[in-house]
Structure formats: C-alpha cells, structure tokens
Design a binder for this molecule. Structure first.
Ligand code: GLN
Length: 473
C-alpha cells in the first residue's frame, strides 16, 4: 500500500530520491514468514520506514543529495539502519534533503525538488524536507531525519507532522555522513507522539562505534508515552515572542499553551538571555566543523572525481601559455596535478551553499581568526547551555514556536542566505546545548498551513517531551 501511495503521489511531492521496491517487498515477505513460523518479531515488525539519504545503507547509493556523492555506495550500514533492520522494520526508500543537510527548505538538494504536500507551491522546510513530506502525504508512517540546527523540527512544523531531536548522544551517529559532529543528531519523525516514542525506542542506545554515544540505559518510551504529566511547569521564553515572529504562528502557539493550562499545567515566564546569540554562534560552529568534515571529499578517497584526462590537458595548456609568456614564477606557482584534481573535483561536486559553509568555516578556524570567532563561539555556546540549566530549575519544559513562520514559497529565500538562516532562530540553541527538543503540530494559520509547537527538555528527558506531546494530541 505504501509503495502504491508513493507511486501515486511522489511525482508531485518529490520526497524520495530512491524507492527500494524490491528490497522492501522482500523484507516485508521475510517478516511475514517469521510471523507465520511463530518466530519472535521486532518492535517495528513490518512497519515501512523512509530514511534520509545521509545514513549509510550497505549496497544502496547514499548521496547526501550532493553531486559529490551521487554514485557513492557505502560498504556498510549505519548503526541506526542496522537497529531498524533488527527491529524488523521495512525500509522503503531514501528521502531528499538539502545537500549535506545544509539548509532550511530542501532547495539546496542537487538531486531534486521536494514540495510541501499541503501546497505544492511551498517548500517542505529542511534539511529533512523529504522526510517530513513523505509523512504528510501519508506515504509512510515513520521516517528518519537528522537535526544539526533544526532540520527535523522545522520541516516537521512546515508539514504538520511530529519530529524529535534527541539528546546529543542518545542515538548513535555511526554511519551518518557528518555535517557538524558536535551538533548532529539522528531522530524520529512520525505523525503521532505514540509512533515517535516507539520509533525512538527502536533507534536509541549506546554504541561503542560512536565515541560520543551516551552510555545510559534507554527508557521504554512506548510504555510511558500515554502517562499524563502531573504538575507540569511550562516556561515561555520572553525572547521568543519578539521581532520576526509571524502573527498567525504566535496565535496558534499561545492557544496551544492555553490547552496545557486547561490540562493543569502552570505557565511561567522565563528568560534565556543568550538566546539572541544562538544564530551567530551556530553559524560559526557548524560551518567550522563542516569545513573540517568535508575535507575528506577530495576526489581520491570518496565521491566525485573530475575528468582527469581533460584536467591534465588543461594544465598542460596553462603551462604552455605561461612558458610562452616567459612567466617562470607563474609556472612555479601552478597547481600540481593532484592539487588540481582535488580543487576541480570539489568545485564540480559541491553546490553553492556547501561551498559557502566551507569558506566560512575555513575562515573562522584559520590562524588569527580562530580566537576571535571559533573560540568565542565556544564560550557563548557554554553560556547558552548555562541559561538552559538555570531555566530548568524552575520549569519542566520550555515551549514556543518551532519556526518564526509557516512554510514559505519555493524560491522566495534562495537568494538570501541570511533570511534562510533565520529559519533556525528558535531551534539551534537546543543543538548547541545538546538537549532534546520536539515539534508537534499545534494548529493552523489563517491560510490553513500547519504550525509547529516547539518543546525543549533537559538532557535525556525525551520521555517528558513525548508524554507532553501525547497529552496535547
Ligand atoms: N538550517 C540549518 C542549517 O542550514 C540547520 C540544518 C540542520 O539541522 N541540518 O545549517
């Protein structure tokens, strides 16, 4: 049924980069066989799952929506994929995203366009845009996203689905193609809190193959999700309701807060004073780490390699011209063939946003600028974390808008990177602090577009987020 639904609607939505029909049917048949034979079945037995195309899947092209990796077939599967397979899930396909997860609209994909199923003139959000769109269009019930600065939560908000960014370390990143390693987390996207709980339970847990994976027991989220939270204290952040927030979004969020009040929650006004430095801090740390992580794509070890024959011919021509002009210094300064291969492969393989991040990151890490930018950003990151620690002494959850606006028109922000970066206004601080955060659908704008409610909890308290989400739904 899922494959039929994808065939019917994905032409208009473009959520998938690849659908693995045959493998999915074979996996489903295997689950059926197990069931008939009375064998023990996993937590997600027979449930179709979509996977964002930056999780390595053995034997299947894993592209990161980049020309750089468009033919890359990983020789191994990520831990999360292995866990899903062990839970008897059926992996149906790989979803579209912003190239290397850099973006907020999925328009940075080099491999295809994804539209918002609520209105196909609009973007689905990003970078996990395909992951959110395939849920909203009811093609699959579960889909995996990743979130470095909001990439699970903002598309969930734009598409009217649920998305949870776990605590840093809760889910293994082994086999995830890295963007910014100290911020990246893999997380569940679904249509209900219950499904999200089950899905998170299946993918979480300590993994010796990821040195940043938290060695803590994984709670059985699916067993507690329906237990209401008593005496809940909700913090509303003063700084979240200022400049830049769309009026309809604010209204839907405030109404959602009043639902919690009716359910017995107490609302407390709080301040996160360093919140206003979130975007600036994130857009130094994330590109710095990205510039380092993406250095491995050199045309030799991984990914796209330029056409060497043409390159060598061009180098020879350049050299001939310099020699003819008697420019000896120019000849000395010429690229070696290896450097030229590296340079040209990267020039061809990476898209404009990825190049922008590499340049930003290389700059902020370079000698002379490191202290002024990168080191300072690390200090501010610490202050942001301390704000949260303080706030969570007086409240159990922090609640607000997921994104400053609902889904916007395709093309409307593509020439304005700063406007696109502001999409992450409310989400990046959770990544900087490493805490879990979740977006749930909480209402609609006057134009009928979904609005997401953002909830943040202290580290390792995903259970609290899920239960609060269940209460609301
Ligand atoms: N939109 C943010 C960025 O472009 C967040 C991306 C993400 O979470 N992967 O960096």
């Amino acid at each position: 049924a899922c494959l039929d639904r994808i065939r019917q609607h994905d032409g208009a939505v473009g959520a998938f980069l690849k659908v693995m029909d045959e493998k999915a049917l074979a996996q489903a048949a295997e689950v059926d066989r197990k069931r008939k034979a009375g064998e023990e079945l996993g937590l997600l037995a027979g449930v179709p799952v979509a996977v964002k195309d930056l999780l390595c899947t053995e034997g299947e092209v894993t592209t990161c929506a980049s020309k750089m990796l468009k033919d890359f077939v990983p020789p191994y599967s990520s831990t999360v994929i292995k866990k899903l397979q062990a839970a008897d899930a059926v992996i149906v396909g790989k979803t579209n995203m912003d190239e290397f997860a850099m973006g907020g609209s999925t328009e940075n994909s080099a491999l295809g366009k994804t539209r918002n199923p609520w209105n196909t003139d609009l973007v689905p959000g990003g970078s996990s845009g395909g992951a959110a769109a395939c849920l909203a269009a009811q093609m699959v019930p579960l889909s995996i996203g990743t979130d470095t600065g909001g990439s699970i939560r903002q598309p969930a908000s734009f598409c009217g689905v649920v998305g949870l960014k776990p605590t840093y370390g809760r889910v293994s990143r082994f086999g995830l193609i890295a963007f910014a390693s100290s911020l990246d987390q893999i997380g569940p996207m679904a249509r209900t809190a219950e499904d999200t709980a089950l899905f998170l339970e299946a993918m979480s847990g300590h993994d010796p193959q990821d040195s940043t994976s938290a060695n803590v027991p994984c709670p059985l989220f699916s067993k507690t999700v329906d237990q209401p939270l008593e005496g809940l204290r909700i913090g509303l952040v003063k700084e979240h309701f200022g400049e830049g927030l769309d009026g309809d979004v604010e209204k839907a969020v405030r109404e959602a807060v009043s639902v919690y009040e009716k359910l017995g929650a107490k609302v407390v006004d709080i301040s996160l004073p360093h919140n206003k430095y979130g975007i600036a801090t994130y857009y130094i740390i994330a590109p710095s780490e990205a510039s380092s992580n993406l250095a491995r794509f050199d045309g030799a070890h991984y990914g796209h390699r330029c056409d060497e024959a043409t390159m060598l011919e061009e180098l020879q021509k350049e050299k001939d011209a310099l020699v003819a002009a008697g420019d000896e210094l120019g000849v000395k300064r010429m690229d070696t063939p290896l450097i030229r291969m590296y340079r040209q492969s990267r020039a061809e393989g990476f898209g404009p946003e990825v190049k922008r991040r590499i340049m930003l990151g290389t700059y902020t890490l370079s000698a002379g600028y490191y202290d002024a930018f990168y080191l300072k950003a690390l200090k501010v990151r610490r202050l942001i974390r301390e704000d949260y620690d303080k706030a969570f002494k007086t409240v159990d959850l922090i609640v607000g808008p997921t994104a400053p606006n609902p889904a916007f028109a395709a093309g409307s922000k593509t020439n304005d990177p700063l406007a696109m970066y502001l999409e992450d206004l409310y989400t990046v601080t959770a990544n900087l602090a490493g805490i879990p955060a979740m977006s749930i659908p909480c209402g609609f704008t006057s134009g009928g577009l979904p609005v997401g409610l953002h909830m943040q909890a202290p580290a390792l308290e995903e259970d609290r987020l899920l239960r609060a989400a269940y209460m609301f739904q």
